[in-house]
Design a protein around this ligand. Sequence first.
Ligand code: G3I
Length: 460
Amino acid sequence: MTEHVPRRTAEPRRLRRTVVLALTGALAAAGLAVSAGAAQAADSLGSAATAKGRYFGTAVASGHLGETDYAATLDREFNAVTPENEMKWDATESSRGNFTFGAADQIVSHAKAKGMKVRGHTLVWYSQLPGWVGGLGASDLQNAMDNHITQVMQHYKGQIYAWDVVNEAFQDGGSGARRSSPFQDKLGDGYIEHAFRTAHSVDPAAKLCYNDYNTDGVNAKSNAVYAMVKDFKQRGVPIDCVGFQSHFNSQSPVPGDYQANLQRFADLGVDVQITELDIEGSGSAQATNYGNVVKACLAVSRCTGMTVWGVTDKYSWRSSGTPLLFDGNYGKKPAYDAVLAALGGSSSGGGTDPGDGGGSTKSCTATYTETQRWGDRFNGQVTIRAGSSALSGWKVPVTVHSPQKVSTTWSGNPSWDAGGNVMTMASTGGLAAGATTSFGFTVMANGTWTAPAVGACTAS
Ligand code: G3I
């Protein structure tokens, strides 16, 4: 994943800039008005989104901020951040009344130093909830929820653009019912309204959002959220925005009525935001989907911004689905170009994916399947698919879970980390555009049958 592949030379870019500057100077000397904005389209996601009155953000993990390419890509391209895990209840109040903000503070101070907006994620959620919360009785739980909202929001008061006050409170499927959680089960339906009212009393300037997934099109779940937001607006419950997570893949594609759904919520008098966008896939299909999502947001005047759920495929929660805009080497993918184009920007070429001389972008995906199992071991197979350009090589990291051990491999060149748990499999040759190949390995289970973690495929 750290392999360095040749980048397009910076010289043509420098030359272009020199020509633009010389021309600008000549025009100015001739007394003609020169507008930088008119002469040059925005060349980053953040600046292009700003030109459209929106922000363009990413989820950030504090642990990666020290990685030079990670921070450089974040700072160059994005103007909003959402801490991926650091503001969640298990991170901020893992034991009752003891608040820890170190990791989240790191992200917030980075964002502040760079003038980025911060989305707070998230105050009340059934997941990543420490065990002690579930053990409380109703009135104690109410106090704990109020205190959690209050302490966390106080700590960041004035620094957060929008808070996901309540996250994922509705069930999937056709019921439209609330999801079971300690809050729902012990406090009843009213807990959501209560959480918004508490949040408003702590930081009235922050936008207060309800955030969920599988609500991106018109369906039973989004209808249930819609009914709640409508009721809140009618009764003056302080809700300002609805977040649409927008995690898409082949089982959950971008819905045809995505824009219409955003619009119907906006028509209730709330802002809408795309909060956790990622779209599995590669090449032009992924690019088209990304472009369509951005266009949908831009077509809805109250869609105030978009956030992708991570900077690079290699750190995505769905890494093997390569769902983000930058590959594992921080190269710009076709999806990046499609987003920038949809935002009305145009690429300056900096950080562009390693080219192949033909101006196209190399990419690949890796998919794992277990093919056989015995009493003591199993065989795994990883299928590599090249994107729309031919590859001269690829690499895929595979991590097994100790005490598992890989005993045999085939159809690849493996190398190992010091601990022997991370195998990086490299190709033995090239791969034609769109073609697939696979490698395999045997894992001695030693009592642990968890599937290995297969990281993002890196193309060269
Ligand atoms: O930090 C620990 C590490 O110390 C430990 O060794 C390792 C062992 O599993 O776990 C690490 O924590 C993981 C954490 O991500 C940080 O990487 C957790 O196990 C893992 O569960 C956690 O996953 C997060 C997931 O929420 C949890 O539900 C993902 O990073 C995060 O992207 C994801 O984000 C959610 C949004 O908050 C809400 N919407 C859905 C979205 C995707 O699931």
